[in-house]
Design a binder for this molecule. Structure first.
Ligand code: ATP
Ligand code: MG
Length: 549
């Protein structure tokens, strides 16, 4: 209020006439307007960077406002980039005639001159071509140029140039405004650079996070998932969104929760968990801030299903090798004394009458000897001490040979045998004798399972055919019975040597392990599927050599 009165007094002073009063008032108002616009421009520059406006947009805004108070026809920005000075932005956009955006040649350059001096410069373009830039400036009709070095932390980081077709030199108060404007632009440019650096770092980390092929979750203190990489989503195909879910429910049981342990002990912790069909190792790590406050956790999920399988196979083959070695030694040692026991028993049997009470005892000795010989033979096959020549052979032939031997006996026990042998299956490379041994083992097992079951219709189905396994042609033989079937806990053990559920007289527990050994020696495999109370299917799969396909 006081200021207003003072202004009225000043404007209506003794000396002033009415005409003078209005002229002064108009001048003051226009100056206030100008100052206002100048403030707006500075504000615009600031805001431009805060809301991530592009440099082009910001220059355009500044240019349009500057034009309302100064006669300006072009505004441009150049940036010092290492050892070059680069035209980065210009408004209005550069015409074809003008210098293209890019590096400004150093030699005899007005722009370089201002950058080096670090002082603002007002320059009137000269037809004498004092500077390199003269020609281009005159081509677009600029008669004067105001150049302001942009200084940040005492270093010139760029140049703000204002070109005019009519511009005169400016009043000192305007100069101070331009100085403020260029200082502000310099600060904003530095902010923009830092902002982009942060964005780049963020992008880099996000790309790294996504590139890891194992699952990674960042988790809040309460177990809520904050971020999940692409690989983590593959473990939970049904859950579209992992963020926000609780790891306690998604991954861990109440009893074994490595995340909670890690948060409590502030140390890494891990556990093996089952995610759908996969076996996974989950490693949990605590995350601390600058002042060592725990604020989050990282969970790294690694699928170890394959690794576990290979480890199990290694243990298995190690065990088998050890047993095989021992078995081979024992079998060799026993073979000779057994031959003597059986030979002598046979000699004595010939001398005795059937009615002789000793006859029964001797034939028991002979039968037990025979059985021991079978076991020894199995052991030798199992440890692959016996050599069987490999040749082209047909799985169908082996099946028929074995059926010729034991088929009748099975039928006598009221077991129906159904065969579905594909005549077109190719030969395989192997030993028909050994393949026959597998068929025999599977048939005898099926017979035992049927004998132990109380089914009225007992049936064994044998089927052969071809199938493609991982791009390789194979021949398969499946033996299915509707006998007792097996509990899941039993299936895991049946291929182990000496594993049997039969009594000591009936089973040695070597049939399937010997069969699996033979299948593997042929490059194939033997698989079992079974349902307790319903029956079992064993499938032998053997590769067909490419020249026999
Ligand atoms: N078809 C089947 N149905 C049900 N159980 C089976 C079948 N085949 C195998 N098994 C189970 O697998 C176990 C191991 O079989 P394997 O043939 O290796 O030994 P075994 O038959 O007991 O003795 P042997 O050495 O005389 O063959 C059997 O004891 C039985 O429990
Ligand atoms: Mg058996």
């Amino acid at each position: 209020m006081r200021n207003r009165e003072e202004m009225i007094k000043f404007l209506t002073g003794v000396q002033s006439s009415k005409r003078n009063y209005y002229t002064e008032l108009k001048k003051t108002v226009s100056e206030l307007e100008k100052k206002n616009t100048q403030l707006e421009i500075i504000n615009d520059v600031m805001r431009g960077f805060n809301v991530d406006m592009s440099m082009d947009d910001m220059l355009k805004n500044v240019f349009e406002k500057l034009q309302t108070i100064f006669s300006i026809d072009q505004i441009s920005l150049s940036i010092v980039d290492g050892r070059s000075l680069v035209f980065s932005n210009m408004f209005p956009a550069p015409s074809e005639h003008f210098i293209a955006l890019g590096a400004i040649p150093d030699e005899n350059s007005l722009y370089w001159h201002v950058v080096r001096s670090g002082k603002p410069l007002f320059y009137r373009t000269s037809p004498l071509q004092t500077w390199n830039e003269d020609e281009s400036l005159m081509q677009i009709g600029l008669t004067s140029l105001f150049l302001f070095p942009l200084v940040n932390k005492g270093k010139v980081c760029g140049l703000l140039a204002l070109g005019s077709k009519t511009m005169e030199e400016h009043h000192p108060s305007d100069l101070s405004f331009f100085q403020q404007l260029s200082d502000q632009v310099a600060v904003c440019m530095e902010n923009a650079r830092l902002y982009n650096e942060v964005l780049d770092t963020k992008k880099h980390w996000e790309e790294t996070f996504q590139a890891v092929s194992e699952g990674i979750l960042t988790v809040g203190l309460h177990g809520n998932i904050l971020q999940a990489n692409q690989a983590a989503h593959q473990y939970f195909p049904d859950d579209k969104k992992l963020t926000g879910q609780l790891v306690d429910e998604l991954l861990f049981s109440k009893l074994d929760n490595p995340f909670r342990i890690s948060m409590r002990t502030k140390a890494p912790s891990s556990a093996v968990v089952h995610i759908h069909e996969k076996v996974c190792e989950c490693h949990c790590y605590p995350v601390f801030d600058d002042v060592n406050h725990l604020y989050a956790g990282i969970i790294y999920i690694k699928d170890v299903t394959e690794k576990r399988k290979i480890e199990a196979q290694l243990i298995q083959s190690g065990k088998l090798a050890a047993i095989g070695e021992m078995a081979a030694g024992v079998a060799h040692e026993l073979n000779n004394p057994l031959t003597a026991v059986m030979g002598n028993a046979q000699l004595l049997l010939r001398k005795l009458n059937l009615s002789d009470p000793q006859h029964k005892l001797l034939s028991d000795i002979y039968e037990c000897g025979k059985r021991s010989k079978t076991i020894i033979r199995n052991l030798l096959t199992f440890s692959r001490q016996e050599e069987f020549p490999f040749d082209q052979c047909s799985v169908n032939d082996s099946v028929e040979q074995v059926l010729g031997l034991v088929g009748n006996q099975l039928r006598k026990q009221m077991i129906e045998i159904e065969t579905e042998l594909d005549e077109s299956i190719p030969f395989i490379e192997g030993s028909s004798q050994q393949i026959g041994q597998i068929v025999l083992n599977l048939l005898l097992n099926a017979k035992d399972a049927l004998e132990d079951s109380n089914k009225r219709e007992k049936k064994i189905q044998l089927q052969t055919g071809t199938q493609n396994v991982n791009g390789r042609q194979t021949v398969f033989l499946s033996v299915t019975d509707n006998g007792t079937g097996m509990a899941e806990t039993v299936i895991g053990d049946i291929f182990h040597p000496f594993y049997t559920t039969k009594n000591a007289v009936k089973g040695t527990g070597l049939g399937l392990s010997v069969s699996l050994g033979i299948a593997e020696a042929h490059g194939g495999t033997l698989k079992a599927e079974s349902t307790l109370g319903k029956g079992s299917t064993f499938q032998l799969i053997l590769p067909v050599p490419s020249d026999l396909v």
